[in-house]
Design a protein around this ligand. Structure first.
Ligand code: AMP
Ligand code: ZN
Length: 493
């Protein structure tokens, strides 16, 4: 399969070409994977020294939207995400807590995986822990040494950037005139400090280290990702993505490491998400302006609102995080859920209206066109909200027909394959994280869904389930009044 995918809608057939903005070329290009029909993608995962914040999740949600979209277009996606479970901060923090690196990071890895589930992030095909791939990193360093790209100093091994003429091609830094041999030991530094960087770090007294053929020590951050990407995905990947802060030095250094070793192009498309901001500053641990998912959940925000908010702003646009934005996202999700409920439960006049199926097909096309255009989620969403507004108006005017429901529902399902917010399971998700959902927070749509589920249970004479649902509603302050004709009304206590 190439970038050309066929979308048929009714009797029309349109071609959508998937286009992604590639940081390497600075252009939006047609997406053509190396192997037809298959996408090999690497995602820089979190450094697990603490809970991830929702800035991190902005990038992870973008990566999930991308994988879901590619899958919906028929591609087989092989995504690898690493977990950086050894770095300067992890070593310091685990030592301060008096526990092993493993014990320290296990807790945050579990929390991260739970948070991902709460946000409906699909699991990548491979999740790779850095500490389980030390051998691969050592072997990659040995390959680089054999080709003359490294040198050692005081037990550490460094990458000689002067030996790789293409250094700087991703982040567009100019290395001319840079002092050869100047070194940096830290994993994170800025462009003004572009230097030879540590591939392997000699242990400091009392620090955890690995005994290896290149000496005792631990890997630098950049070699972790390069080694795992090559090991799982081969010499050339289709997509490598992360937040914009990773462009330099992390991704620049990954290119230097992998391309020097293999002699081949490392990545065909580099995709970088813009930051989530708070009051126009990057959300980050070091700024102290961060919120974790759990904090937001315990303040009564729902997983679906957060996912919707993070997905709704196209990934290359900065997203300023605010309580109003979250509120707006919550109302959007509720509007969509209410609409689907209306579609499923209201009885419309029989027949088919002359335009609605066509209208739904157009919305699906526009939704697809938005996503094909470098994952323009805002444009894609506009197509769905236009459809919802028009269909609601048609319903209010009595112009919507029973026969239109399937086509409109199908458009909403296409939307939800990517956005994943329609299922009304926020309360269950919170409980699975040990958080009691804010009381009285059942929306009308949520109540209607539970009432409809209970009606369905009664109809099939599953009285245990029907009682359970009645109790569940009662717990949340909703009382049901069954009428003699089998109908039901509800009100809040
Ligand atoms: P880290 O754990 O710092 O390596 O970050 C994990 C991922 O989150 C990386 O792809 C970062 O680029 C991304 N990231 C960090 N802060 C933000 C932010 N404020 N907005 C968007 N992405 C971010
Ligand atoms: Zn990485």
């Amino acid at each position: 399969m190439s970038a050309q995918t066929t979308v048929s809608s009714g009797d029309r057939t349109t071609k959508t070409e998937i286009r992604f903005h590639n940081t390497m070329s600075g252009e939006t290009e047609a997406f053509v994977p190396l192997t037809p029909g298959e996408v090999r993608s690497y995602t820089c995962g979190p450094t697990v020294y603490d809970f991830a914040h929702i800035g991190n999740f902005r990038t992870f949600v973008f990566q999930d939207v991308m994988r879901r979209y590619l899958k919906s277009k028929g591609f087989r996606v092989i995504q690898v995400m690493n977990l950086t479970d050894v770095d300067d901060r992890i070593i310091q923090k685990s030592a301060a807590a008096g526990v092993s690196i493993r014990e320290y990071t296990d807790k945050y890895i579990q929390a991260f995986l739970d948070d991902r589930r709460a946000l409906n992030l699909e699991p990548p095909e491979y999740i790779a822990r850095a500490t389980e791939h030390i051998d691969d990193m050592v072997k990659l360093i040995q390959r680089l040494t054999a080709k003359g790209f490294t040198y050692t100093s005081e037990g550490s091994t460094y990458y000689r950037i002067a030996k790789f003429p293409a250094y700087g091609k991703l982040s567009k830094i100019d290395v001319a005139g840079m002092q050869t041999g100047a070194r940096v030991d830290m994993d994170r530094y800025d462009k003004d400090n572009a230097r030879d960087f540590a591939l392997w770090k000699a242990p400091k007294p009392g620090e955890h280290f690995w005994e290896t053929p290149i000496g005792p020590g631990r890997p630098g951050w950049h070699i972790e990702c390069a080694a795992m990407a090559l090991m799982y995905l081969g010499d050339t990947l289709d997509i490598h993505s992360g937040g914009v802060d990773l462009t330099f030095p992390h991704h620049e250094n990954e290119i230097a490491e992998s391309e020097a070793a293999t002699g081949k192009q490392f990545v065909r498309y580099w995709l970088h998400a813009e930051h989530l901001l708070v009051d126009h500053e990057k959300m980050s641990k070091s700024m102290g302006n961060f919120a974790t998912l759990r904090e937001l959940f315990s303040h009564g925000h729902k997983p679906s609102s957060i996912r919707f908010l993070l997905a709704s702003v196209p990934y290359r646009r900065q997203l300023n995080f605010s309580p109003e934005g979250l509120q707006g996202a919550a109302s959007s999700v509720e509007r969509l859920r209410n609409f689907v409920l209306r579609l499923r439960t209201e009885k419309f006049p029989e027949g088919i209206s002359p335009t609605m199926a066509e209208r739904a097909a157009t919305a699906k096309d526009e939704f697809d066109r938005g996503l094909a255009d470098d994952l323009n989620t805002a444009q894609a969403l506009a197509a769905i909200f236009d459809l919802v507004r028009e269909a609601n108006t048609a319903m209010d005017r009595g112009e919507f027909r029973q026969g239109d429901a399937a086509a409109v529902l199908e458009a909403l399902e296409t939307f939800d394959a990517i956005f994943a917010v329609l299922r009304d399971d926020d309360a269950e998700k919170l409980r699975s994280l040990g958080i009691e959902p804010a009381s009285a927070s059942l929306s009308d749509a949520e109540v209607e869904t539970l009432v409809a589920d209970r009606q369905a249970a009664r109809k099939r004479r599953d009285f245990a389930e029907s009682d359970r649902l009645r109790d569940k509603l009662a717990e949340r302050g909703v009382i049901l009044e069954d009428s003699r004709d089998g109908g039901v009304r509800w009100k809040r206590k």
